[in-house]
Write a protein that binds this ligand. Structure first.
Ligand SMILES: Nc1nc2c(ncn2[C@@H]2O[C@H](COP(=O)(O)OP(=O)(O)OP(=O)(O)O)[C@@H](O)[C@H]2O)c(=O)[nH]1
Ligand SMILES: [Mg+2]
Length: 392
């Protein structure tokens, strides 16, 4: 299946039905009076998160959505039928923009969350509504209200807790295969992974988190080299990044490759470059265990790396369990802190806002991002799936 993370669609709600002007005509009933019914309301267009979707590929060929119109009112006080609402399924993590104004309309991050994007027109009034003591035979009726129509731009930003970052061949896909249910292709040539993959890492029966594997970065990615930095935006929503390093290759100097990735990250967004990042030395099965500690220490000192460092073998699974458990603890304490510490939450919020501005300025995406909203959504995750409405 193709991975599509951007789509332009048109949505149009249903128009309201017209009111009817009619009079009761019946044998033996003189001056039956007005009996024109009201028109029905037009249907709304609502985007709704579906768990069974994970890309916007469905919008490639089907990009115009129109809800049903309301029907006109009829005589005998018959109200016209209302148009059905149209629910359009989108994957979790879809950010919705107005294509014309570039305004962000919403961020669909929760299961079954719905966003009303075009409201149907109200039905018109029939002449029965206008009867009064002074006007017993009104002919007045009102037309149905025309519905909203708008062009939308949908952008998918994968929702993951941990993102994998690294040069091609670092073993990112191998790690996600080992620790999660995702089974992306693994091969010993660069750019095996062409689209992001996500997997659920189950740490124990009740604890799990989501991991995202994105295509490898290479020096010059911010200028479009390799697959460019297009997929980096899928890492923006993660709480934690694993910077994977291939330590089993004689061809690559780990220090140079780590610096190259760090430089690419800073070129893309300085805030993203400040997000929590753990160094993960992979392929340690290819090293002599006796030298491992000294070897890691040398690299860390040379880089002056302040964050946590882990050594694993994604193929044999050595060290992966400890890494996943530490990541799970980190994610849990992050969540607790966001909910309980207002100052920390505010600080994170401003970081998300800055990141949003930088992403826009760096030209990765020309649309405004809604990280602040995404953050607020996450804090109110226990809320009901309220149908929200956004008006132009
Ligand atoms: N010996 C050993 N080989 C590994 C390990 N992890 C990955 N490999 C090998 O390294 C090669 C590249 O692994 P991938 O998982 O495809 O690397 P990647 O980072 O996803 O690469 P791209 O998708 O191209 O960015 C494969 O041949 C893997 O079998 C490891 O821990 N030990
Ligand atoms: Mg890969």
């Amino acid at each position: 299946m193709k991975f599509i993370d951007e789509a332009d669609i048109t949505v149009e709600a249903g128009h309201g039905g017209n009111g009817c002007s009619s009079f009761r005509r019946e044998k033996y009933v003189e001056f039956g009076g007005p009996d024109g019914g009201n028109g029905g309301n037009g249907g709304d267009v609502i985007l709704q998160v579906s768990d069974s979707l994970n890309t916007l590929v469905d919008f490639r060929y089907h990009h115009s959505f129109k809800a049903e119109n309301g029907q006109a009112g009829q005589g005998r006080n018959c109200t016209g039928a209302s148009g059905q609402n149209l629910y359009v399924a989108v994957p979790k993590g879809t950010v919705v923009f107005d294509a014309e104004t570039d305004e962000s309309l919403g961020d669909l991050t929760r299961p079954n969350q719905a966003l009303l994007v075009a409201r149907g027109g109200r039905g018109g009034k029939g002449n029965a509504c206008f009867k009064s003591s002074t006007n017993r035979a009104p002919r007045r009726k009102t037309p149905g209200v025309l519905a909203e129509a708008r062009k939308l731009r949908l952008e998918l930003r994968i929702l993951a807790d941990v993102g994998l970052l690294g040069l091609p061949n670092a073993g990112k896909s191998t790690l996600i295969r080992t620790v999660s249910n995702a089974k992306p292709k693994v091969a010993d040539y660069p750019f095996t992974t062409l689209i992001p993959n996500i997997g659920v890492v189950r740490v124990d029966r009740l604890q799990s988190f989501v991991m995202a594997d994105v295509p490898g970065l290479i020096p010059g990615a911010h200028e479009g080299a390799g697959l460019g930095i297009r997929f980096l935006r899928h890492l923006i929503r993660t709480r934690l990044l694993f910077h994977m390093v291939n330590v089993g290759s004689d061809l690559e100097d780990p220090v140079t490759s780590i610096r190259a990735i760090e430089a690419e990250l800073s070129a893309a967004s300085t805030v993203l470059a400040q997000r929590p990042r753990w160094l993960v030395f992979n392929k340690i099965d290819l090293l002599d265990p006796a030298d491992l500690d000294v070897w890691c220490q040398t690299i860390v000192e040379e880089l002056d790396w302040q964050g946590p460092v882990f050594s694993i073998s994604a193929v044999t699974g050595q060290g992966t369990e400890g890494l996943m458990q530490t990541a799970m603890q980190y994610l849990e304490s992050y969540q607790v802190r966001v909910v309980s510490d207002e100052a920390f939450a505010q600080q994170e919020l401003s970081l998300f806002q800055r990141m949003s501005e930088e992403v826009r300025a760096s030209g990765q995406t020309h649309r405004s991002s809604v990280f602040s909203e995404c953050f607020q959504f996450e804090r109110t995750i226990e809320d009901d799936n309220v149908e929200c409405y956004y008006q132009k």
